[in-house]
Ligand binder design. Structure first.
Ligand code: SAH
Ligand code: SF4
Ligand code: F3S
Length: 483
C-alpha cells in the first residue's frame, strides 16, 4: 500500500511532506536491499517503547517506516538496528534507558554493522542528549518528538554518510499525516487526536518535551478511523494528554464530545476508548454522549494526582478535592456501570501525612477500579523542582505504602462486584504465562483470562466472570458475540 519503489531517487528530494519522506523511504529500500545482500540476511530492526500510549503509537509509526524500507521487524534487541523510543516523565524511565544502552553496546561490539537510534521525550532534554553524546558515543542517531515524521530522512542520511546524526527541534506547529504505520494489534489501534499539552502541572515535564497543544482536524481523524475500520480494526483509542480540551483551538472549533459522536457513526468500529481526561475540562456533554453510546467503553481514566486541595493548588491542577469528588459522583450516578481509574502522585514538595490522608479519603469515597500510584520525581526545569520542602524519602515511602494498601483494597472490592456476571470481552492475546488461556478486556477495561485458543483473538466473546483475583478475573467463554 505504501511506498513507491519506482520513485526517482536520483533527482532532488521533494520539499513537501509527506512526499519528501516517501522519497527517502524509496532510497532506504535500495540501501537496505544492498546491505541485506552483502550480509546474507534481511536486515532486522527492533523498536522498543518506554513510555505512554502516545509513545507506543509513535513506535508504530517508526515500525511502519522500517517495514516499508525493507527491514524485518523483530522483538530481539540483537538486531541490525535498534531504536529506543524514550520517556522522561519520571527519572526511573531515564535510568532504564541508560542501563539498557550498556547492554546494547555489548551487542554492537559483536555486530559492528549494528546501528543504535534514540528518539522520544527524553531526547527533548538538553542534559540527556549531552550525557549521551559524552558517555554513550556508540549511539548513531538521535532525534526528538517534533521531527519524528522525518525518521526516514534522518535514518537514510545516517546510513549513507555512516556518521552519527543528531536532529532535535525545540517545537513545531506542523502535523504531518499519511505516513506508513505498522500496528502492534491488527484489531485495535490508538489514534492521535492532539499533540502536546498546555496545562503545565507544576511537577510535569510533558509540556516541555511535547510542546504546545495542537489538535488534528476532525476530518483527518475520521478518515484515519475509516481506513482502520476497513483494515479490520474494531476498537480504537483516541489519544491526547488532555482529550477534554480537544478542538478548542481549531479554526472551526469542535468539542471532544462532538468528535466522539462523529467517530461513533463509523461502521465496523465496535469499541471506542480515550486517554487522558483532565478533570477540570470534563464536560456534561461528554458524560451525556458516553451515557447514550453503545460503542464508547465504560471506562474513564481521570487522574486525581492528589486529594488535598492545598497540594492540588501547588500542582496547578485547577480543581479542588470537593470538585473532583462531585465530578466522580456525577459520573457514577449517570453511568453506574462505568469504571473510574486514576493516577496519584505521592511526595510532591510540601506534602504531609495529613495531605496523604486526604488522598486516601478520596480513594475510599470514589472507589477507584484501579489507581496507578507514583512517587514524585523531580524533573529539572519544572516549577516543582525548585520548590522548597522536597519531602524526605522515608516519609514519602510511608505515605506511598499506606495509599497503595487502600488502593488495592478498594479496587479489589470494586472489581469483585462483577463476579458471576456474563460480559463481552475483546480477546486480545494468548496469555503469556499460561498458553491455554486467552486474555480479554471488558468494556470497563478489566482484564479476564479464559480458556480458549488463538482463533478467538480479535473477536468479542461473552465471558462468565468466575473468580475475581484483585485487578483481574478468571472466567470461561460462554458464546461468541455477534453484535
Ligand atoms: N496528561 C495526563 C498525564 C500524563 S503523565 C494527565 O494529566 O492526566 C502520566 C502520569 O504520570 C500523570 O498522571 C502523573 O500521575 C504521573 N507523573 C507526571 N509527572 C510526574 C512526576 N514528576 N513524578 C511522578 N509522577 C508523575
Ligand atoms: Fe502533564 Fe498536566 Fe499536561 Fe498531564 S495535563 S501532561 S500531568 S502537564
Ligand atoms: Fe513519557 Fe513522553 Fe508519554 S514523557 S509519558 S512518553 S508523553
Amino acid at each position: 500500500m505504501y511506498g513507491n519503489r519506482n520513485m526517482a531517487v536520483n533527482s532532488e528530494p521533494p520539499m513537501e511532506e509527506p512526499e519528501r519522506q516517501y522519497y527517502y523511504i524509496a532510497k532506504l529500500q535500495r540501501h537496505i536491499e544492498k546491505e541485506s545482500e552483502k550480509l546474507g540476511h534481511i536486515l532486522t530492526a527492533s523498536v522498543i517503547t518506554f513510555g505512554c500510549q502516545m509513545n507506543a503509537r509513535d513506535s508504530e509509526k517508526l515500525s511502519g517506516i522500517l517495514e516499508c524500507a525493507g527491514y524485518r521487524l523483530t522483538d530481539s534487541e540483537e538486531a541490525d538496528l535498534v531504536i529506543y523510543n524514550t520517556c522522561t516523565v519520571r527519572d526511573n524511565a531515564n535510568q532504564r534507558v541508560y542501563g539498557r544502552l550498556g547492554v546494547l553496546n555489548g551487542f554492537k561490539k559483536k555486530n559492528p554493522h549494528m546501528k543504535i537510534a534514540l528518539c522520544g521525550c527524553m531526547m527533548q532534554e538538553e542534559s540527556a542528549v549531552e550525557k549521551i553524546q559524552k558517555s554513550y558515543r556508540f549511539v548513531d542517531l538521535i532525534f526528538g518528538t517534533h521531527n519524528i515524521f522525518k525518521f526516514a530522512e534522518l535514518l537514510c542520511t545516517m546510513l549513507e554518510s555512516n556518521r552519527p546524526v543528531i536532529d532535535i527541534w525545540e517545537n513545531t506547529d506542523q502535523i504531518v499525516e499519511d505516513l506508513p504505520v505498522e500496528r502492534k494489534y491488527p484489531f485495535k489501534s490508538g489514534i492521535n487526536i492532539m499533540f502536546g499539552c498546555n496545562n503545565f502541572c507544576s511537577y510535569c515535564i510533558v509540556p516541555y518535551v511535547r510542546g504546545r497543544e495542537r489538535s488534528r482536524e476532525p476530518k483527518d481523524i475520521l478518515k484515519e478511523i475509516e481506513t482502520l475500520a476497513a483494515d479490520g480494526v474494531i476498537e480504537i483509542m483516541l489519544l491526547g494528554q488532555n482529550v477534554n480540551s480537544y478542538g478548542k483551538n481549531l479554526k472551526n472549533p469542535i468539542s471532544f464530545a462532538g468528535l466522539l459522536k462523529e467517530a461513533e457513526k463509523i461502521e465496523g468500529i465496535k469499541r471506542i476508548r480515550f486517554m487522558t481526561s483532565h478533570p477540570k475540562d470534563l464536560s456534561d456533554e461528554l458524560i451525556q454522549v458516553m451515557k447514550e453510546s453503545k460503542k464508547i467503553c465504560r471506562h474513564l481514566h481521570l487522574p486525581l494526582q492528589s486529594g488535598s486541595t492545598r497540594i492540588l493548588q501547588a500542582m496547578n491542577r485547577r480543581y479542588t478535592k470537593e470538585q473532583y469528588l462531585a465530578l466522580a459522583e456525577k459520573i457514577r450516578r449517570e453511568i453506574p456501570d462505568i469504571a473510574i481509574t486514576t493516577d496519584i502522585i505521592v511526595g510532591f514538595p510540601g506534602e504531609t501525612m495529613a495531605d496523604v490522608e486526604e488522598t486516601i479519603d478520596v480513594v475510599k469515597k470514589v472507589q477507584f477500579d484501579n489507581a496507578f500510584t507514583f512517587i514524585y520525581s523531580k524533573r529539572t526545569g519544572t516549577p516543582a523542582a525548585s520548590m522548597p520542602n522536597q519531602v524526605p524519602e522515608d516519609i514519602v515511602k510511608e505515605g506511598f505504602d499506606k495509599l497503595l494498601k487502600t488502593v488495592q483494597e478498594t479496587a479489589k472490592k470494586r472489581v469483585s462486584l462483577l463476579e458471576g456476571q456474563v460480559l463481552p470481552a475483546l480477546a486480545e492475546e494468548v496469555n503469556t504465562q499460561d498458553t491455554s488461556l486467552i486474555t480479554g478486556r471488558l468494556s470497563n477495561n478489566t482484564i479476564v483470562h479464559f480458556p480458549g485458543d488463538k482463533t478467538l483473538i480479535g473477536k468479542i466473546v461473552d465471558v462468565r466472570l468466575a473468580e475475581c483475583h484483585g485487578f483481574y478475573y478468571l472466567g470461561e467463554a460462554v458464546k461468541m458475540h455477534d453484535a
